[in-house]
Design a protein around this ligand. Structure first.
Ligand code: NAD
Length: 424
């Protein structure tokens, strides 16, 4: 029997631990976690106690992990956005194949430097564009490849972030400040840029973008709003962003409603309890009023794009939706396709023929990111072990999607000016 490939994780948080390592735990015959680096003691403890990593292979910084040399076949880098490239460059020098969390970097020069280094060292760098590995988007791609709607001409895609998800990640949480991490269009929507480029099947030629932070700022605060939700806020009962409601009672994210994983584990730095959540709401960033945070990323943005093969696309990202989902319409010369990633449903409307309903909801689709987290791990390990020749998310295509996102941000901050993209 073939030996499992070994992997190490740099950044053992929500993604490194809860998504990828948790998935790998169920596939010990294929992938085995053997080393971890994380700044937080609770997460290092979980590496030893829950994932069985030898204590001498658990490090309290990325630097110490790298100083120990190459400890595994594969390294997963899941630290914060601005640390990815410096760590990835060191890892390539050590000879690791990489699974790298998106975004590669908010800095364009760094994206290019990593792409070039991957080519120079001949190592694989799979960027976690997990959506490509979902049954939903892979069905859309297959339909287009088979010519189901003739020649694709137009795409209309919407990312419904959801009001509670915006509040958690992009107002109170890690991705609230574009200086500290990344602009919204990169942090949240580089996945969408990647999917649009993949479905259009050509690099983007030009784009223009508009968007604003309109709601989550002090002048929009209702009268009587306190600085923290638990500090006697007078609008607590009517405010949908009330932190106690979102983290304790909300149907999707509330601990008391059964949501014991994300986002509760983010507030508690690991295993969540009601007591730890209350403590975090009293003193930590997630208990702050959404109108009184130090956030600057946009809450709605639109991008209009033209691809090199003439396909045109529009993309909308908005915080102001009830559910967190993505919808898409693909329009071609012989028909159209409509899809909703939350329900995993696709409606196929060929011209002059009956409408068909396609259900992509299967056991795989219900796991993390609509099946994308596990799908990516499977595909990356198959690539690294030589079972398949090419990753769906090649670093070069990933760099293209980052260029689109960075150009969209440049356009947005310059009044929507048209950006012509040079892919060289
Ligand atoms: N692919 C996706 O769909 C997806 C979804 C969410 C987040 N992300 C990306 O994944 C990355 C991680 O996000 P997360 O939600 O897991 O964040 P997180 O804060 O839960 O985890 C990051 C971990 O890295 C550790 N860390 C930071 N600097 C370190 C260092 N120098 N050495 C060792 N450990 C270090 C932190 O202690 C933390 O535990 C981010 O870049 C984020 O943008 C990707």
């Amino acid at each position: 029997m073939k030996k499992p490939m070994t992997f190490a994780v740099c950044g053992f948080g929500n993604r490194g631990m809860e998504a990828y390592s948790a998935y790998a735990k169920n596939c010990p015959e294929q992938m085995q976690l053997v080393a971890v680096a994380d700044l937080l003691p609770e997460r290092r403890k979980a590496a030893v106690e829950t994932f069985g990593v030898a204590p001498e292979r658990v490090f309290d910084s990325a630097e110490k992990l790298f100083q120990a040399g190459k400890l595994a076949d594969v390294l997963i880098i899941a630290t914060q956005d601005r640390d990815h490239v410096p760590q990835a460059l060191k890892a390539l020098d050590l000879g690791y194949d990489l699974i790298l969390e998106k975004p590669i970097s908010p800095d364009w020069e760094e994206c290019i430097a990593l792409r070039d280094k991957a080519v120079e060292t001949g190592r694989n760098v799979v960027v976690c564009h997990v959506l490509r590995y979902t049954p939903f988007y892979s069905t859309l791609k297959q339909m287009l490849s088979k010519g189901a709607i003739g020649t694709l001409r137009t795409i209309d895609a919407v990312e419904h972030v959801a009001y509670w998800h915006q509040a958690h990640s992009f107002v109170r949480g890690n991705w609230r400040s574009s200086e500290e991490t990344s602009p919204m269009i990169l942090a949240k929507s580089c996945h969408d840029m990647d999917i649009l480029r993949w479905l259009a099947d050509a690099p983007c030629h030009a784009l223009s973008s508009f968007g604003h932070l309109s709601e989550f700022k002090a002048e929009r605060a209702p009268e009587g709003a306190a600085l923290r939700c638990l500090d006697g806020c007078k609008v607590k009962d009517t405010c949908p962003y009330d932190a106690e409601h979102i983290y304790l009672d909300h149907e999707t994210t509330g601990y008391r409603s059964g949501a014991h994983g994300w986002p509760a584990t983010v507030l508690c730095n690991g295993t969540a309890t009601e007591e730890k959540i209350y403590q975090a709401l009293k003193t930590g960033p997630y208990g702050r009023c959404v109108y009184h945070c130090d956030n600057d990323v946009v809450d709605h943005q639109v991008v209009a794009m033209e691809f090199e093969n003439g396909v045109t696309a529009t993309f909308t990202m908005t915080a102001f939706t009830r559910e967190n989902r993505r919808t898409i319409r693909l329009m071609g010369t012989l028909g159209e396709i409509e899809g909703d990633m939350l329900s995993h449903q696709i409606v196929y409307r060929p011209f002059g023929k009956p409408v068909e309903h396609i259900d992509c909801n299967n056991a795989k689709a219900t796991s993390g990111h609509g099946g994308g987290d596990g799908g990516l791990m499977q595909a990356a390990f198959a690539l690294f072990s030589g079972e398949t020749g090419e990753a769906l998310t090649d670093i070069r295509a990933s760099v293209d999607s980052h260029l689109m996102a960075l150009a969209a941000e440049e356009s947005r901050t310059h009044g929507g000016k048209t950006m012509v993209l040079n892919q060289d």
